[in-house]
Write a protein that binds this ligand. Sequence first.
Ligand code: ZN
Ligand code: ZN
Length: 245
Amino acid sequence: MHLTILGCGTILQQGTSANCSGYLLDHNLLFDCGPGIWKALYQHKISIGHLNNIFLTHFHVDHTSDLGPLLLNRLLYSNLKEIPLNIIGPPGLREWFSNLKTLLGRWSEDLAINLNEIRNEPYQTADHNITCKYTGHTDNSICYRVEKDGKSFFYSGDTGYSDNVIALATDCQLAVLEASNSDKTHTKEHLTPHLAGKIAARAGVQKLVLTHMYPEVLEGNPAKEASSAFTGEIILAQEGMAIDF
Ligand SMILES: [Zn+2]
Ligand SMILES: [Zn+2]
């Protein structure tokens, strides 16, 4: 499998990535689509024609705001207008998307879009098997596990410390876990690097990618903090980073 980190920052204009959440798996599955991801797709020469499945973890603006520009571009490509785009997300997706269309205007009615609300149900693409679980970050936030040819990828979205996350990430090759909070700023809706390491250890993942780190986390030593709980390889997410696994 191949992961491209299109964006890994926060909503603050500080830190290592100006782009917010966006992770491209195997060149055609996009997980979250926050501010900056539309431009990142252009910079990485990713044709939106290849993106036929977009997965949202929850509806906070740092994970969703660039979906509108992506849809408009898709509409203006006449050869894409009729090709169904699958948007997958947690319960509430239909209501959220209806509100988005109100903002975008009437043209958005012309797109061929399949909305798929999932919480525990598996979802399949032509090549990938996807499962999800509730994370506890919001009332409906979910995390995703993707499997293909015996390899597995996990993406937490935003999450608190959660047995669901541990269960879904179990034995995967690569786990991308948020580490928004420092020990001083920790809230139950997010992880610290240490807690991300603890989840990775309990789940038995091979490689841990720490992402979505706020400035106070980056001022510390997140890799060292995670390594106090997890002895496997730890990678600090960077915008534009590519990882094969
Ligand atoms: Zn959030
Ligand atoms: Zn977030």
